[in-house]
Write a new protein. Structure first.
Length: 278
C-alpha cells in the first residue's frame, strides 16, 4: 500500500466502515441494550470528572496553596519560605501539572476500566497492537507537522511559547527533567482520548466515537497558539482512526512525542540555545 493511498477519502471511509462493522452485534435484549446505554453514561460521566480534575487541578497555584497550608499546619514558616526560594520551583510546578494529568487522564480511567467495567486495558489500546503495520499513516501524519514546527520556530510567538518550562535551557538536568514530564503527560493524554474515550464508546457509537473524542480534545488545546488548536481538529481525528486501526495508543504517543520534542528543540535553538552544562 503506497503512501498516497492513505490520503484518499475512499481509503478513510473504508476504514471507518470497517470500524463500524466491529461494533457490538445487533439483536441485544432490552435489558442488554439498557445496560449498554448505562455504560455509555458511566464512561462519559467519568470522563467529565477527569476533565474537571485536570482543568482546575493542574495549576501550580494549587501546589503553592498546598505548601502554604502545610507550612501553617506545621507552624513552620520556613517550609513556605524555602519553597519560594527553591531554584527549581517552576519545575516543581510542572511536576505537579504532569502528576495531575497522569491522575486524571491515565490512573483514574485505568482504575475505572479494570475495577468498574471489568475490562482489559488492552481493549482500550494499552498494547502495541498492529502499529508497525500502519507506520505509513503515522509518518504521513507527523511529517507535515514536523516541517511546520521547524518553519514556525523562526517566529517570535512560537519561540517564546516553547518550551513551556522557561528555564529548560539552564542545564541538561532541567531540560531532560522537563521532557520526561512532558512525555509522560502525552502518554496520559493519548490513553484518555484515543484509548479510554474512543474504545470505550466504540461499542455503541462505532466510528462516531472519534467525533465525540475530537470535541474535548480540541478544547484541551484552547490555551495554546491558534494554529495548534486548529490543527488539533484534524490531528485528533486521524489519530483516532489510526488508534482503532492499530488497536493501540502507542503510535499516537510516538507521533505526539516526536513533534513535541522537535518543537522544544527548534524553539531553543532559535532563542536561548541548548544547555551548556549538566
Amino acid at each position: 500500500m503506497g503512501f498516497l493511498h492513505w490520503l484518499t477519502p475512499g481509503f478513510l471511509f473504508s476504514q471507518l466502515n470497517a470500524i463500524d462493522e466491529e461494533r457490538k452485534p445487533a439483536g441485544l435484549s432490552p435489558a442488554e441494550e439498557a445496560k449498554e446505554r448505562i455504560r455509555v453514561w458511566q464512561i462519559i460521566g467519568i470522563a467529565c470528572v477527569c476533565l474537571l480534575l485536570v482543568h482546575y487541578g493542574k495549576y501550580s497555584s494549587n501546589l503553592t496553596a498546598l505548601v502554604k497550608w502545610c507550612s501553617d499546619v506545621m507552624s513552620d514558616p520556613s517550609i513556605y519560605r524555602d519553597y519560594h526560594r527553591y531554584e527549581y520551583r517552576e519545575l516543581l510546578g510542572y511536576i505537579w501539572w504532569g502528576s495531575i494529568n497522569l491522575l486524571g487522564f491515565l490512573i483514574i480511567p485505568m482504575l475505572a476500566i479494570r475495577w468498574w467495567f471489568k475490562d482489559s486495558l488492552s481493549e482500550y489500546g494499552w498494547q502495541w497492537g498492529s502499529v508497525h503495520q500502519h507506520w505509513r499513516g503515522y509518518v504521513l501524519l507527523a511529517s507535515p507537522i514536523l516541517v511546520f514546527a521547524i518553519i514556525a520556530s523562526f517566529g517570535d510567538d512560537f519561540s517564546q511559547h516553547y518550551p513551556f518550562y522557561n528555564h529548560a535551557h539552564r542545564s541538561w538536568f532541567a531540560l531532560l527533567s522537563w521532557e520526561v514530564i512532558y512525555v509522560l503527560q502525552f502518554i496520559a493524554v493519548e490513553f484518555f482520548f484515543r484509548g479510554y474515550l474512543v474504545n470505550g464508546l466504540k461499542r455503541q457509537f462505532g466510528s462516531l466515537s472519534i467525533a465525540v473524542m475530537c470535541l474535548p480534545y480540541l478544547m484541551l488545546h484552547f490555551p495554546k497558539l491558534w494554529p495548534e488548536s486548529f490543527g488539533a481538529i484534524l490531528f485528533g481525528f486521524f489519530l483516532g482512526v489510526l488508534a482503532l486501526m492499530s488497536r493501540s495508543i502507542w503510535g499516537g504517543v510516538l507521533v505526539h512525542v516526536s513533534i513535541a520534542l522537535m518543537m522544544d528543540v527548534a524553539a531553543l535553538l532559535q532563542t536561548k540555545g541548548l544547555p551548556q552544562q549538566w
